[in-house]
Design a protein around this ligand. Structure first.
Ligand SMILES: *Cc1c(COP(=O)(O)O)cnc(C)c1O
Length: 430
């Protein structure tokens, strides 16, 4: 499979090159040249397949022959080494829990898949060291750090906005040591992201073989399509239209869902639920894409003012806004509404959500008003423990600490403070 740049001013590349480069030389995001629908028999018999088998069928066209089948299967098995439970919340509303991985964030899937692909390419090429450079608004850093921990030939540098990630999130990305380094940036997430983008284009840093592990990287972004297939497998027998609501920040997750739909997955509608960083909801209302600096919220993993993956979604709809709106809605919610939703969800069935999932729930409820007889699924993208400062006081509960988290508590944080791009560059060079 070849990948082209969405800025259309760079050569087409292989899967391997797209994964290693992250971003094309013209600053464009890579996009697959073709999306081939899966066969009807795949969907007819999906309930007989394991998650690993489903994932293999879904991803293989995007990898092509660049990773041998047996190795790709191994990579998938290691990627999907945990469960994806579907929990019924109320009639026709389900929470798809994506947080049972090692860092308790849905990003574990993409990070594990990507790190193993890069490691395979590294071993194959016996190439010099790669540096993975990644900006995080919260959960990416931990998932990427964990996914790459101890992977040979790769150094990982994580930039995060100082004081704007939760205590547990910060520990997850500052306590691992080994090949993982954390930079604490005096600024907001967009500052971190801008610095990372600048570093990729800096000719002085070319020798560092910089690779991005944000959802702009196809190896992190594409495997996220798996969840939507898994959900379909579970709910198929109910024979009702499915609506997915994704709590959205950089829009990578929902964009992977739309690819799944292009591959034939029967999805009736997608809802991108956002916090007050509402660039996409505003776009759907007035047709003007007008990004704004990000605002801090209690759903901080979605504090993104200019969602990087939105351009991939537009590519799939060829900028046809009317067609797009048939498949896609986007709604924005405040912190107050988010807390209220967490309380409502808790009152229904004792289900403990966290701010991101609660925003997903709110978007779903809003969309379901227009769609009778559908089943709604909201993605629960993080374990509530990761946002315990918000969840515990809002619901008056005390959350037990899962084993995955116990490991990082009590370990001293190691990070380097920076403010400017020059400081980042100096850090990379030394
Ligand atoms: C990253 C993240 C999101 C947003 O996902 P995108 O793919 O960037 O839209 C939502 N919730 C949590 C908990 C996250 O970590």
């Amino acid at each position: 499979m070849k990948y082209y740049s969405l800025n259309h001013n760079a050569p087409k590349v292989s899967f391997q090159e797209a994964v290693i480069q992250g971003l094309a030389s013209d600053k464009g995001l890579y996009f697959p040249e073709r999306i081939v629908p899966l066969t009807a028999s795949f969907f007819d018999t999906i309930e007989n397949l394991s998650n690993e088998e489903i994932a293999f069928e879904a991803i293989k066209q995007f990898v092509g022959d660049e990773i041998p089948e047996n190795i790709l299967k191994e990579i998938i098995a290691e990627t999907l080494c945990f469960d994806f439970p579907m929990i019924k919340i109320e009639k026709d509303i389900y929470s798809l829990e994506l947080f049972h991985g090692p860092t308790m964030a849905f990003k574990d899937v993409g990070a594990r898949f990507m790190s193993r692909c890069i490691s395979y390419f590294n071993i194959k090429k016996k190439e010099s060291k790669n540096t993975v450079l990644v900006a995080t608004s919260g959960d990416t850093g931990g998932a990427v750090a964990n996914g790459f921990l101890g992977v040979k030939g790769i150094e990982v540098i994580i930039l995060y906005p100082s004081g704007k990630v939760s205590d547990i999130q910060e520990r997850q990305l500052t306590t691992l040591g080994q090949n993982i380094k954390a930079l604490e940036v005096d600024g907001v997430f967009d500052d971190c992201q801008d610095m990372v983008k600048k570093a990729f284009l800096d000719p002085d840093l070319k020798y560092k073989n910089l690779t991005s592990a944000n959802s702009i990287n196809i190896a992190r972004w594409l495997p996220q399509m798996f969840y939507f297939f898994f959900a379909y497998k579970t709910l198929k027998k109910q024979n009702k239209p499915l609506i997915f609501s994704c709590p959205s920040g950089n829009f990578g997750n929902i964009c992977a869902g739309i690819i799944a739909k292009k591959m034939g997955l029967p999805v009736a509608h997608f809802v991108a639920s956002t916090n007050v960083n509402d660039t996409v909801p505003r776009f759907l209302e007035n047709g003007i894409y007008d990004p704004k600096p990000s605002k801090a919220t209690i759903s901080n993993a979605m504090d993104v003012g200019n969602p990087s993956n939105f351009i991939r979604i537009q590519e799939m709809y060829q900028n046809d806004l009317d067609q797009f709106k048939k498949d896609f809605s986007s709604f924005t919610f405040s912190d107050e509404e988010t807390i209220k939703a967490m309380k409502i969800i808790y009152d229904i069935d004792g289900y403990i959500s966290e701010p991101h999932g609660a925003i997903g729930y709110l978007g779903l409820k809003k969309e379901l008003k227009n769609q009778q007889n559908a089943i709604g699924i909201f993605l629960e993208t993080a374990h509530p423990i990761k946002f315990l400062d918000i969840v515990e006081p809002a619901l008056h509960v005390k959350l037990p600490i899962p084993t995955q988290i116990k490991g990082v508590l009590g370990i001293e944080k190691m990070s380097t403070k920076i403010k400017t791009y020059e400081e980042l560059k100096a850090f990379l060079v030394n």
